[in-house]
Design a protein. Sequence first.
Length: 170
Amino acid sequence: MTAELPAGWKRTDSKSVGWRDAATSEEFAKYLPCAATAQESAERHGYGSIVFDAPGNGGDGIDLTLSVPRSPGTLDGPAPKAEAVSLVEENLTLYRKLYDCYNPKNAGIGDSSIVFTTERFTHIIMRVGPVEVAVNGVPDGRPTAEEWARVMAERVRAALDGKKPTARVG
Protein backbone atom coordinates (compact mmCIF):
# COMPACT_ATOMS: atom_id res chain seq x y z
CA MET A 1 0.00 0.00 0.00
CA THR A 2 2.82 2.44 0.81
CA ALA A 3 4.09 2.12 -2.77
CA GLU A 4 0.76 3.51 -4.01
CA LEU A 5 1.13 6.77 -2.09
CA PRO A 6 2.28 9.90 -3.95
CA ALA A 7 6.01 10.65 -3.92
CA GLY A 8 7.12 12.02 -0.56
CA TRP A 9 4.14 10.63 1.36
CA LYS A 10 4.60 8.06 4.08
CA ARG A 11 2.34 5.94 6.17
CA THR A 12 1.94 7.07 9.78
CA ASP A 13 2.55 4.72 12.67
CA SER A 14 -0.28 2.83 14.35
CA LYS A 15 -0.49 5.38 17.17
CA SER A 16 -1.65 8.12 14.82
CA VAL A 17 -5.12 9.53 15.32
CA GLY A 18 -5.22 11.24 11.95
CA TRP A 19 -6.04 14.93 11.71
CA ARG A 20 -6.04 15.25 15.50
CA ASP A 21 -2.26 14.83 15.39
CA ALA A 22 -2.11 17.72 12.97
CA ALA A 23 -3.80 20.04 15.44
CA THR A 24 -0.54 20.38 17.35
CA SER A 25 1.66 20.54 14.29
CA GLU A 26 3.12 23.98 13.55
CA GLU A 27 3.68 22.86 9.95
CA PHE A 28 0.00 22.02 9.47
CA ALA A 29 -1.20 25.12 11.33
CA LYS A 30 0.43 27.49 8.86
CA TYR A 31 -1.90 26.18 6.13
CA LEU A 32 -5.10 26.83 8.07
CA PRO A 33 -6.94 30.02 7.13
CA CYS A 34 -7.47 32.93 9.50
CA ALA A 35 -6.05 31.13 12.57
CA ALA A 36 -8.69 28.39 12.31
CA THR A 37 -8.14 25.20 14.24
CA ALA A 38 -7.64 21.79 12.66
CA GLN A 39 -10.92 20.65 14.18
CA GLU A 40 -12.82 23.58 12.62
CA SER A 41 -11.34 22.78 9.23
CA ALA A 42 -12.22 19.11 9.61
CA GLU A 43 -15.92 19.95 10.02
CA ARG A 44 -16.29 20.45 6.26
CA HIS A 45 -18.33 17.74 4.59
CA GLY A 46 -16.05 15.55 2.54
CA TYR A 47 -16.37 14.73 -1.10
CA GLY A 48 -16.45 11.30 -2.57
CA SER A 49 -17.47 12.55 -5.97
CA ILE A 50 -15.18 15.08 -7.58
CA VAL A 51 -17.00 15.76 -10.79
CA PHE A 52 -14.31 17.96 -12.30
CA ASP A 53 -11.01 19.37 -11.11
CA ALA A 54 -8.91 21.60 -13.34
CA PRO A 55 -5.92 23.03 -11.50
CA GLY A 56 -4.51 26.31 -12.74
CA ASN A 57 -1.12 26.62 -14.37
CA GLY A 58 1.29 27.33 -11.57
CA GLY A 59 -0.70 29.93 -9.70
CA ASP A 60 -1.28 32.36 -12.56
CA GLY A 61 -4.31 30.70 -14.11
CA ILE A 62 -7.71 29.56 -12.91
CA ASP A 63 -8.54 26.55 -10.76
CA LEU A 64 -12.01 25.01 -11.05
CA THR A 65 -13.46 22.25 -8.88
CA LEU A 66 -16.95 20.79 -9.04
CA SER A 67 -17.94 18.25 -6.42
CA VAL A 68 -20.91 16.55 -4.79
CA PRO A 69 -20.73 15.61 -1.08
CA ARG A 70 -20.92 12.05 0.12
CA SER A 71 -23.82 11.07 2.29
CA PRO A 72 -22.39 11.23 5.84
CA GLY A 73 -24.75 8.45 6.91
CA THR A 74 -23.43 5.88 4.48
CA LEU A 75 -20.32 7.37 2.82
CA ASP A 76 -21.57 5.34 -0.10
CA GLY A 77 -21.39 7.61 -3.12
CA PRO A 78 -22.94 11.02 -3.67
CA ALA A 79 -25.63 12.15 -1.28
CA PRO A 80 -29.21 12.34 -2.58
CA LYS A 81 -30.01 15.76 -4.05
CA ALA A 82 -31.85 17.30 -1.06
CA GLU A 83 -29.21 16.06 1.36
CA ALA A 84 -26.37 17.28 -0.90
CA VAL A 85 -27.95 20.75 -1.10
CA SER A 86 -28.06 20.89 2.70
CA LEU A 87 -24.47 19.65 3.04
CA VAL A 88 -23.12 22.21 0.57
CA GLU A 89 -25.01 24.98 2.41
CA GLU A 90 -23.42 23.79 5.67
CA ASN A 91 -20.02 23.97 3.98
CA LEU A 92 -20.67 27.53 2.82
CA THR A 93 -21.53 28.49 6.40
CA LEU A 94 -18.29 26.89 7.57
CA TYR A 95 -16.28 28.66 4.84
CA ARG A 96 -17.69 32.02 5.95
CA LYS A 97 -16.39 31.25 9.44
CA LEU A 98 -13.03 29.80 8.37
CA TYR A 99 -12.23 32.69 6.04
CA ASP A 100 -13.68 35.48 8.17
CA CYS A 101 -10.36 37.37 8.22
CA TYR A 102 -10.76 37.88 4.45
CA ASN A 103 -14.25 39.35 4.93
CA PRO A 104 -16.19 36.98 2.62
CA LYS A 105 -19.17 38.52 0.87
CA ASN A 106 -22.17 37.13 -1.00
CA ALA A 107 -21.03 36.72 -4.61
CA GLY A 108 -24.57 36.62 -6.01
CA ILE A 109 -23.67 33.71 -8.29
CA GLY A 110 -25.36 30.29 -8.37
CA ASP A 111 -27.94 29.40 -5.73
CA SER A 112 -25.73 30.73 -2.93
CA SER A 113 -22.11 31.77 -2.85
CA ILE A 114 -19.26 33.61 -1.19
CA VAL A 115 -16.33 35.53 -2.60
CA PHE A 116 -13.15 36.68 -0.88
CA THR A 117 -9.66 37.69 -1.92
CA THR A 118 -6.51 36.46 -0.21
CA GLU A 119 -2.97 37.67 -0.75
CA ARG A 120 -2.73 35.90 -4.12
CA PHE A 121 -6.16 34.75 -5.27
CA THR A 122 -9.84 35.61 -5.58
CA HIS A 123 -11.89 32.65 -4.35
CA ILE A 124 -15.53 32.00 -5.15
CA ILE A 125 -17.29 29.06 -3.56
CA MET A 126 -20.87 28.46 -4.59
CA ARG A 127 -23.70 26.01 -4.64
CA VAL A 128 -25.53 25.23 -7.87
CA GLY A 129 -28.22 22.69 -7.06
CA PRO A 130 -26.45 19.85 -5.20
CA VAL A 131 -23.02 20.74 -6.63
CA GLU A 132 -20.31 22.70 -4.83
CA VAL A 133 -18.24 24.77 -7.25
CA ALA A 134 -14.94 26.41 -6.30
CA VAL A 135 -13.27 28.92 -8.59
CA ASN A 136 -9.87 30.33 -7.68
CA GLY A 137 -8.10 32.89 -9.84
CA VAL A 138 -5.61 35.73 -9.64
CA PRO A 139 -7.35 38.98 -8.66
CA ASP A 140 -6.35 40.81 -11.85
CA GLY A 141 -6.88 37.82 -14.16
CA ARG A 142 -8.73 38.09 -17.44
CA PRO A 143 -11.31 36.62 -17.53
CA THR A 144 -11.92 37.32 -13.85
CA ALA A 145 -12.75 34.67 -11.26
CA GLU A 146 -16.26 36.13 -11.18
CA GLU A 147 -16.65 35.71 -14.96
CA TRP A 148 -15.46 32.10 -14.71
CA ALA A 149 -17.84 31.46 -11.80
CA ARG A 150 -20.85 32.79 -13.73
CA VAL A 151 -19.99 30.56 -16.68
CA MET A 152 -19.51 27.52 -14.43
CA ALA A 153 -22.85 28.20 -12.70
CA GLU A 154 -24.61 28.34 -16.09
CA ARG A 155 -22.87 25.18 -17.30
CA VAL A 156 -23.66 23.21 -14.13
CA ARG A 157 -27.29 24.39 -14.21
CA ALA A 158 -27.62 23.29 -17.85
CA ALA A 159 -26.15 19.86 -17.06
CA LEU A 160 -28.47 19.44 -14.07
CA ASP A 161 -31.42 20.33 -16.31
CA GLY A 162 -30.36 17.66 -18.82
CA LYS A 163 -29.26 20.20 -21.41
CA LYS A 164 -25.94 20.49 -23.20
CA PRO A 165 -23.81 23.13 -21.43
CA THR A 166 -23.00 25.93 -23.89
CA ALA A 167 -21.96 28.87 -21.68
CA ARG A 168 -18.51 30.21 -22.53
CA VAL A 169 -16.18 32.84 -21.15
CA GLY A 170 -15.98 35.97 -23.27
